[in-house]
Design a protein around this ligand. Structure first.
Ligand SMILES: O=P(O)(O)OC[C@H]1O[C@](O)(COP(=O)(O)O)[C@@H](O)[C@@H]1O
Length: 271
């Protein structure tokens, strides 16, 4: 499986559903208009963490669902496809991800809690295994690529140095976990608590940050760019990138209290 094939599979399923007006994918430069009468708009990162595939490290699919904006129906196709896909995360009606790991897990929210389902390979059904997930208010894990430590701003360095030593608001030493596969790092954070972050302008607002922020908020946590709530942002470009911090409420509050946590230096690491 690769990103291109996965993108095609998702597009073809959405076409067959008859329910989708437009699909915007991280893999495509522009959104694809599917059906004038489709009530929904789908944004997706079809295969996140794809650099991990050859090493059999977990990967995932992320998606968000909006209603089609009928007031835009009169516009040319290209324009309405883009504007429908640029809705603020506050307007999501559903979001989710599929984690491909030791189990295949579909985690989703329709706006009343976050729930997870595990694939039963013998029947092909997804069985509800995690009802109304609540992220612990405080975790003891931080998840970040800390090879970038010397490119971080002072606030972020101080935060990590502090929790590592157990000198923060929670008087225990934190542990580091970083799979470098956003869905997997997020899934662990949702279940165990703590904070998962990528402080540089790397992850996408539309395809990654909004859907995962919706899920974490529905589970009682917070998604921010280090300063502001992700779901309150108005995307201006489809492939807009930003720093992303997702996690337990208390950990997020503590992290944001350091103020200066967004990495400004972004040399474009080639790994
Ligand atoms: O190189 P970094 O900053 O650690 O970024 C790793 C992150 O990038 C991703 O691989 C996504 O990047 P791509 O969209 O370029 O594949 C995430 O899965 C992962 O969390």
């Amino acid at each position: 499986m690769d990103c291109v094939v996965q993108n095609e599979i998702i597009l073809s399923s959405l076409k067959n559903s008859g329910k989708v007006a437009v699909m915007a994918s991280e893999e495509d430069d522009a959104p694809v208009w599917i059906n004038d009468d489709g009530p929904f708009v789908v944004v997706t990162d079809p295969l996140d963490g794809s650099r991990n595939i050859d090493a059999s490290i977990p990967t995932g699919t992320i998606f968000g669902i909006y209603r089609r904006l009928v007031e835009l129906d009169h516009l040319p196709q290209e324009e309405k496809a883009t504007l429908n896909s640029l809705q603020s995360g506050a307007k999501l009606v559903a979001a989710g991800y599929v984690l491909y790991s030791s189990a295949t897990i579909l985690c989703t929210s329709f706006g009343s809690g976050t729930h997870a389902f595990t694939l039963d390979h013998s029947t092909g059904d997804f069985i509800q295994t995690h009802i109304d997930i609540k992220i612990p208010p405080r975790g003891q894990i931080y998840s970040v690529n800390d090879a970038r430590y010397f490119d971080w701003p002072e606030g972020l360095r101080q935060y990590i140095d502090t929790v590592r030593q157990g000198k923060g608001r929670y008087p225990k030493k934190y542990s580091a976990r970083y799979i470098c596969s956003l869905v997997a790092d997020f899934h662990r954070t949702l279940l165990y608590g703590g904070v998962a972050m990528n402080p540089r302008n790397h992850l996408r607002l539309v395809y990654e940050a909004n859907p995962l922020s919706f899920l974490v908020e529905q589970a009682g946590g917070r998604g921010s760019d280090g300063k502001s709530r992700i779901l309150s942002m108005q995307p201006v470009k489809l492939h807009q990138r930003l720093p992303l911090f997702l996690g337990s409420l208390e950990d997020m509050e503590e992290l944001e209290s350091y103020g200066d946590v967004q990495q400004k230096v972004n040399p474009g690491y080639e790994v």
